[in-house]
Write a protein of this length. Structure first.
Length: 237
């Protein structure tokens, strides 16, 4: 089996800028270096004035004029260079960038289940029970080492509330140690987990009101735990 390329590639913004640079000669008649020399020699002295000059005198689009004016005063050079992009990150001064190695082969296993714990003997479509989804992988190159989702939900067992539904669930996503190590210098990551509970109250068979609570601790360490409380009104036609 041939070696698989790393899944951790160049930032999309860097790729977009590289594409813009590569097409600049064809679209405008000058390369990036030629534009910079021309702007510095013939253009106005300030960046804002150069942007306007490029748009008005040379009919360049707003984005192109903005980028060229920036480059002409020494800004934005890291946006088209992957190495410079990483070197420009503040954390780069604290810890070296870790290269993602190439890996050959990968595996993952998943298990899904649902088990009804209650069934209405008068209406077998009315059930509630436990559900789950579990997975595990080698964790390299897959950034997720394991995942577990488990909960309970279904139709309300109360006979007078036959259209109501409810759910209660928990999830846990375990990121691989390799992925955490790789991202630590740029955007430190950790395992992510969360909880959700909802109740769908049928005001009438065609009008449903849902209350929902979600709590999640994101994988990005710099982001705090998030709590969301919401309601939804659904009208069925």
């Amino acid at each position: 089996m041939g070696k698989r390329k790393s899944i951790y590639g160049v930032h999309p913004g860097v790729l977009m800028t590289q594409k813009w640079i590569g097409e600049l000669k064809q679209k405008t008649g000058r390369t990036l270096d030629e534009w910079i020399k021309f702007i510095r020699k013939e253009g106005p002295p300030t960046e804002p004035a150069r942007r306007d000059w490029l748009k008005q005198q040379h009919q360049l689009g707003t984005n192109t004029a903005w980028w060229l004016a920036e480059r002409s005063v020494g800004k934005g050079e890291e946006s088209g260079d992957p190495a410079a992009y990483l070197n420009n990150l503040p954390l780069r001064q604290l810890q070296g960038i870790i290269a993602a190695p190439e890996e050959s082969g990968s595996w993952a296993l998943f298990l899904n289940h649902y088990q009804a714990l209650w069934v209405d003997h008068c209406d077998r479509d009315r059930t509630w029970g436990v559900f789950g989804m579990y997975g595990i992988s080698d964790g390299n190159p897959n950034p997720i080492h394991f995942v577990a989702n488990v909960g309970i939900g279904g139709r309300s067992p109360a006979r007078c509330r036959k259209y109501d539904t409810f759910g209660l669930g928990f999830f846990y996503t375990g990121l691989s140690d390799d992925f955490k190590e790789l991202t630590a210098p740029v955007l430190a990551q950790r395992d992510e987990y969360g909880f959700e509970a909802f109740y769908n109250y049928a005001i009438t068979p065609w009008c449903r009101l849902t209350g929902d609570l979600q709590v999640a601790r994101p994988s990005t360490q710099s982001v705090d735990t998030t709590v969301l409380l919401g309601t939804r009104l659904q009208i069925l036609f």
